[in-house]
Design a protein around this ligand. Structure first.
Ligand code: ADP
Ligand code: MG
Length: 295
């Protein structure tokens, strides 16, 4: 909507997990390196945790790109509220297994065949499960059993479980002790630090076609950091709304007053937020039709 006004080639704060927009913060860089290392060295189980909106799915998309370039076979289970039958069906579909995909036995046979064939060519196979904290115990147990398959050179299938911090608590359960013991690599995504939030916003604006941006002054970005608590998804939503407001008011620079209005509209809560006597610096009727947008 505001792209032409600011001269963007594409929307800078899209909420999709697009690897082309990956900002390599220290934590993200290390996590991605760990995922790739874990797969290449056939470590077996790898767990990626992080709060909502910290970039887990984005990193998995980056990993998917890497696997594609290496011609490594993988299955990507993105919907974790599934039964074990659906789980096997999804794997069979992704790995293009030629069998009756509704029969667990047939899928397991075909999968085993594929894994051994890949292993004989010195290749591995990867299973990625996003939102793993939602998995049913029964499905987790199936995943554990898949993780048992190995030959002399290592695990036949590399399994990446990504999820919110509850995943760690789930894996602590006594019935999953065996699975937990097999996790060889753990990565945890942290929110951005203050300097990273500033660099992140500048990076996305640059990527979208705005060089050396002047629309968000540094003091405003520090405030965006404080209010978003460094969570990328929240930063994106706030910055998107800020650009929209700036555009609607035909301004070139976003202000703290605009940020106040945007946060109010988003009902954003953050530590130290003033709850009483908070006011925008100009009439709110400007905003009513502007910032109330769903994503
Ligand atoms: N390192 C990063 N670089 C670029 N964008 C990121 C990064 N981390 C998160 N994002 C963005 O933040 C939003 C939420 O990321 P996502 O991967 O969906 O989080 P999660 O899966 O942890 O909930 C997406 O718009 C994504 O593009
Ligand atoms: Mg996600």
């Amino acid at each position: 909507m505001y792209n032409a006004f600011f001269g963007f080639k594409e929307s800078p704060f899209n909420l999709s997990p697009d690897p082309a927009f990956l900002y390599r913060s220290h934590v993200h860089e290390e996590a991605l390196a760990n995922l790739i290392y874990g797969v290449q060295t056939r470590k077996g189980f790898i767990v990626l945790t992080g709060e909502v909106g910290t970039g887990k799915t984005t990193l998995l998309e980056c990993l998917r790109d890497f696997l594609d370039t290496q011609f490594i076979e993988f299955a990507f289970v993105f919907n974790s509220r599934i039964t074990s039958d659906q789980f096997f069906e999804m794997i069979a579909y992704d790995l293009d297994l030629r069998c009756n995909r509704n029969s667990k036995t047939e899928v397991l046979f075909a999968l085993n065949h594929l894994l051994l064939q890949q292993a004989s060519e010195n290749r591995t196979t990867v299973l990625i499960v996003d939102e793993s904290h939602n998995l049913e115990w029964e499905v987790l147990e199936e995943i554990r059993l898949l993780g048992n398959l190995e030959n002399r050179r290592g695990k036949l299938i590399q399994i990446i479980l990504a999820g919110q911090p509850e995943l760690d608590r789930k894996l602590d359960a006594p019935n999953l002790r065996q699975l937990k013991q097999r996790i060889v690599l753990r990565c945890n995504l942290q929110p951005f630090r203050e300097d990273e939030t500033v660099a992140y916003v500048n990076f996305r604006l640059e990527k979208a076609g705005m060089h050396e941006q002047t629309v968000f002054p540094v003091d405003l970005l520090l405030e965006v950091h404080a209010r978003s608590q460094g969570i990328p998804r929240v930063i994106n939503a706030v910055c998107d709304n800020l650009l929209l407001t700036t555009f609607a008011l035909e301004q070139q620079v976003a202000t703290i007053a605009m940020l106040d209005e945007v946060c109010r509209d988003m009902r954003l809560e953050w530590p130290g937020r003033r709850t009483r006597g908070e006011r925008g610096r100009y009439p709110s009727e400007h905003y009513d039709s502007i910032v109330t947008r769903g994503d």
